[in-house]
Ligand binder design. Structure first.
Ligand SMILES: [Zn+2]
Length: 394
């Protein structure tokens, strides 16, 4: 057994224990007990946290482990084996950045599914990976820009077939394209590309396999259609209007997962070969600022996503999203931290085991040597420990 002594806590992230400080007893991969500092733990191995801020491990609900953050065309030219080997490193970089659970929302050749299995088997260090496999998409211009990433399906029957193929490959959930993409040449981010009936078919097929749908979705009409169809997460949700926000209020089926890191990054700087992405990102940036701010003011629960791996976002730099959310949307620090922990855990049905520090939950824990409520960039610059499933990995 392992004891983390003299921890500082953020109260809203600890359940069943009231003090602002305490010790955490870890037995195997679970938290066995949280008790006041100074408790006699007899012969357990101890680590003195010396007042560090100890939090549950972070969630990133939107990454791509087969993309490197560099030139997309270079990534596409890699063999599937090379992509898989690179993904092993990217997964470790992500874990070392404090992100102990990630959702891979589209990997070429289903690499993230195989990597999830290898990490779960203990063969490589890495975060918990919730993987979609390939992205189910209609026939669309730009699809071929990402080799091996898409499973094209038009109409109900083909959609059911594609969902079944991804589930057969081991997907945890289904990712679809609901609108054109900033990163696909020719794709129009505002434009719906699946019909409402097709969206309903994806949701029906996913629910038939006891899982849910995540929709890549920038434009307003596709956002509304996705809500009506009953998808679980609206990825990006860049162009929300008041009606869409109203549809999401008190809605416990559908949640938004904004990804500010990517749109900010693309609008700022991209490689020469990806220059078409820059103008598209810039065109949605103001809508993104207004829409998500309104959603925040309306009290919507939202997930924490980045699109790490997409150009120009390097794996392991996920924590940039914290500072961006505060500066761009003027969000409260504690709210952002909850988005990256308990809120994301709830959205992807993982809050039984993750998202807070609580007796019985999995011991995925991070420590910062600075209070993140005073400086939210502490997640990037002051991360000193990472514990995954009860094992100190950093
Ligand atoms: Zn993405």
């Amino acid at each position: 057994m392992l004891v983390l002594k003299n921890c500082n806590f953020l109260g809203e992230l600890v359940e069943g224990y009231e003090n602002a400080t305490g010790d955490i007893l870890i037995d195997g991969d679970r938290i066995k007990s949280i008790a006041p500092c100074g408790t006699d733990w007899e012969d357990a191995e101890t680590v003195d946290m010396a007042g560090k801020y100890v939090l549950p491990g972070l969630f990133d609900l939107h990454i791509h482990l087969t993309l490197s953050g560099g030139e997309t065309l270079v990534d596409n030219a890699k063999s599937p084996v090379q992509q898989a080997l690179d993904a092993v490193k990217f997964a470790n970089d992500t874990l070392m950045a404090g992100f102990t659970t990630v959702r891979d929302v589209g990997s070429s050749h289903n690499v993230a599914i195989e990597l999830r299995n290898a990490i779960n088997a203990g063969n490589f260090p890495g975060p918990n990976i919730i993987a979609s496999g390939k992205i189910v998409t209609p026939t669309e211009c730009g699809n071929d820009f990402f080799a091996g990433l898409y499973n094209e399906a038009d109409g109900r029957d083909a959609i059911w077939k594609s969902v079944r193929e991804e589930m057969k490959a081991g997907a945890d959930f289904i990712k679809i394209m609901g609108t054109g993409a900033v990163m696909n040449p020719g794709g129009a981010p505002g434009q719906p590309i699946y019909t409402l009936d097709e969206l309903r078919a994806v949701v029906e097929a996913a629910r038939f396999k006891d899982t849910y749908v995540a929709t890549h979705c920038h434009g307003t009409q596709a956002i509304k259609n996705s809500i009506i169809a009953g998808v679980r997460t609206l990825e990006h949700a860049s162009i929300l209007d008041d009606e869409a926000i109203e549809m999401l209020k008190d809605n416990d089926t559908t949640y938004i997962v904004p990804t500010l890191n990517i749109l900010h990054g693309l609008a700022d700087s991209v490689p020469e070969t990806s220059i078409f992405m820059k103008a598209k990102a810039q065109s949605v940036l103001e809508s993104l600022r207004v829409g998500i701010r309104k959603a925040y003011e309306a009290g919507l629960t939202m997930g924490f996503g980045t699109d790490q791996g997409a150009t120009p976002l390097t794996h392991g730099e996920n924590a940039d999203e914290f500072t961006l959310r505060r500066d761009f949307w003027d969000m409260d620090e504690m709210d952002i931290i909850k988005q990256a922990t308990i809120d994301s855990a709830r959205i992807v049905y993982k809050d039984q085991d993750y998202g807070t520090l609580k007796e019985g939950k999995v011991a995925d824990i991070i420590a910062l040597d600075k209070n993140p409520l005073e400086d939210i960039s502490a997640f990037k610059y002051n991360l000193v420990n990472v514990i995954k499933s009860g094992v100190v990995v950093k």
